[in-house]
Write a protein that binds this ligand. Structure first.
Ligand code: ATP
Ligand code: MG
Length: 315
């Protein structure tokens, strides 16, 4: 079994790839002026803190799931552009790296276009849950948008709703905002385009997932700008268990919170052990195993591919 990777080998940088950013999950390196290596580690966060140990092959799973969606959209939404160039390490880069480093990057790396990321988290909600449900209970609104009376927890919304949030600096929390506030941040032209593309992508993905037994309750996109052509381009990861709430359709029950596919086991364990929000928590083997199992289940249901075969042969 490949080892769990929470840190990318620093030899990547010694071999000429400058690290330009490090997120909770990903490390981003410059390949050339126009392109990046977008590398997902096996790190996992819950309640906004990163666990000390990782979940084996989670990074590869997020990368390949994102690539799966991008390829589907190429067919179904021909006017959508994405940042994906290829779901692999470009040959020119791979050939200059030691074999063990190339091995570490294998399956977890995308070669992407480097773009100016527009400072919004573009959330689409098909169901009312999480922070939207908390707000609704208090004010009958969701991100400031007036909602019908009498909605129940986890209820399907009449139409999917575009509910942006700010993109906070590292360590800060993203803040839910209204579509009007989003317009003030990125301007009317880009806000409209982001809303339109996000709703289109969500609806295609929702229908695709529904046929495979998964409800996509909500999800978060990010967009970048090609400053040469003024085009708005879908970037980052998309429609993964890290960026979305996936619910098993056969367990759906109106009027209560739903078990999500992926991190629920970890969150419940953290709560039970009094470790919620604490730094540097080491997950037990059982928690790691159960979490890995859930991510794999979601991958297999959505892509129709067997995870073990993907790891052996590539996607
Ligand atoms: P944070 O950076 O706040 O920790 P995160 O945990 O979601 O957020 P990661 O997923 O680890 O971050 O890293 C992805 C980062 O890369 C995000 O900040 C995202 O905005 C940025 N990004 C995604 N696609 C591109 C792109 N094509 N060009 C430049 N930056 C990108
Ligand atoms: Mg991210």
């Amino acid at each position: 079994n490949p080892p769990t990777v929470t840190q990318i080998d620093s030899q990547v940088e010694q071999h000429g790839l400058k690290k330009i950013a490090s997120g909770k999950v990903r490390e981003i390196y410059e390949v050339d002026a126009k392109t990046l290596l977008f590398v997902a580690t096996d790190r996992i966060s819950a309640y906004d803190v990163i666990m000390k140990n990782g979940v084996p092959q989670k990074g590869a799973l997020l990368t390949l799931m994102t690539a799966h969606w991008f390829n589907l959209f190429k067919e179904k939404i021909p006017d959508l552009k994405t940042h994906l160039l290829s779901a692999s390490v470009p040959e020119s880069v791979a050939s200059s790296l030691p074999a063990e480093v190339s091995d570490q990057l294998r399956l977890r790396t995308m070669h992407v276009r480097r773009l100016k990321v527009l400072p919004l988290e573009s959330i689409v909600r098909g169901y009312i849950t999480g922070s939207a449900w908390s707000e609704y209970k208090k004010t009958s609104t969701v991100h400031g948008i007036a909602m019908p009376k009498g909605l129940q927890e986890s209820q399907k919304l009449e139409k999917p709703l575009w509910t942006p949030s700010t993109k906070a600096e590292v360590g800060d929390k993203d803040e839910n905002i209204s579509p009007e506030e989003a317009t003030k941040i990125v301007g009317e032209k880009y806000a409209k385009k982001i809303e339109e593309l996000s709703l289109k992508v969500y609806q295609i993905a929702r229908d695709y997932a529904a046929e495979r037994g998964i409800i996509i309750a909500d999800t978060k996109f990010e967009f970048g700008l090609d400053v040469d052509t003024d085009e708005v381009i879908l970037v980052d990861e998309v429609l993964t268990p890290d960026s979305s709430r996936f619910w098993p359709a056969d367990k759906y029950e109106l009027g209560k919170s739903q078990d999500s596919f992926d991190k629920q086991y970890l969150r419940d364990w953290l709560t039970k052990e009094g470790l919620k929000g604490k730094d540097g928590v080491e997950m037990t083997d059982a928690v790691v195993k159960e979490t890995a199992k859930k991510y794999r289940e979601a991958f297999e249901m959505l892509t129709g591919q067997k995870w073990d075969e993907v790891v052996k042969n590539g996607a």
